[in-house]
Design a protein around this ligand. Structure first.
Ligand SMILES: [Zn+2]
Length: 267
């Protein structure tokens, strides 16, 4: 039964991932995310629902549009797959709990913001700020009481606020210091707000998420420069790395942290 529900979560996640693709493509262009129905960006032909099945259609069509034969970007099935896998993973991690609902919301927002940041190097306020407002609204009753807030890492009410201020504050300091040290802008206002959003869910673990994000971002930066020296001055969008760090922290944060402490001889 449990496997069955996990599969349902995967299917639901991948269908949602298909919608996130539409949002990530149209939102920065100022287009409606609902109308018109999905169409090929190359030939404009409307995509039939049979050709719009997450992941499967891409495989069946060998990654090409049925109308014009134009290549379909691999990122579409990739985002569908990632969303599906993370939805299934969240279910098996949290079970049918309040944390699951929070975790799914958190993960889904991070995926769509990452895709947009990757394309446009900006994190849209119009998605991020309402997401922060919705999260606060949900957490408000817990903030006012002394009850444990159902944030995903099981933090207490005050930790959500502290995590949010710490995450956002830390990146704010980085944003000020980085141009002085590296002579280039490393962090935008969107990254700061994204860290504050992540802090609401992760509490103090947001620092771990940022550390993982920095680490992966540095590796990606080095790989990019190794491949093509001329790109050394390019700005790498940091949102996807913050998001990846945050998602890893959702699943492994407390465990990673306690292992770190025991390796460091602190527990
Ligand atoms: Zn086409």
């Amino acid at each position: 039964m449990d496997y069955f529900i996990t599969v349902i979560f995967f299917i639901f996640g991948s269908v949602l991932g298909s919608f996130l693709n539409v949002v990530a493509y149209r939102f920065p262009r100022g287009e409606s995310v609902v109308f018109p129905p999905s169409h090929c960006p190359k030939c404009g032909e409307r995509i039939k629902s049979l050709d719009n099945i997450p992941i499967l259609s891409y495989l069946l069509l060998h990654g090409r549009c049925r109308g014009c034969g134009g290549k379909i970007s691999l990122r579409y099935p990739l985002i569908e797959l990632i969303t599906g896998l993370l939805w299934a993973a969240a279910y098996s991690h949290f079970g049918l709990t309040l944390q699951l609902a929070l975790g799914l919301f958190f993960i889904t927002v991070l995926i769509v913001l990452s895709a947009i940041d990757y394309d446009t190097k900006t994190i849209p306020n119009k998605i991020l700020l309402p997401s922060i407002a919705i999260s606060l609204l949900f957490m408000l009753p817990y903030l006012l009481s002394i009850e444990t807030i159902p944030v995903i890492t099981g933090a207490r009410a005050t930790e959500a606020v502290i995590g949010s201020l710490a995450g956002g504050g830390f990146l704010y300091v980085v944003a000020i210091l980085a141009p002085l040290i590296f002579k280039k802008e490393a962090m935008g206002g969107g990254d700061i707000k994204l860290a504050a959003f992540a802090g609401l869910y992760l509490g103090g673990y947001v620092m771990l998420a940022l550390f993982i994000g920095f680490f992966m971002g540095a590796i990606a930066g080095i790989a990019l420069i190794a491949k093509d020296k001329s790109r050394a001055r390019d700005m790498i969008p940091f949102g996807p790395f913050i998001s990846a760090g945050a998602i890893l922290t959702v699943f492994f944060g407390p465990q990673l942290w306690s292992e770190y402490l025991s390796i460091a001889g602190l527990s």
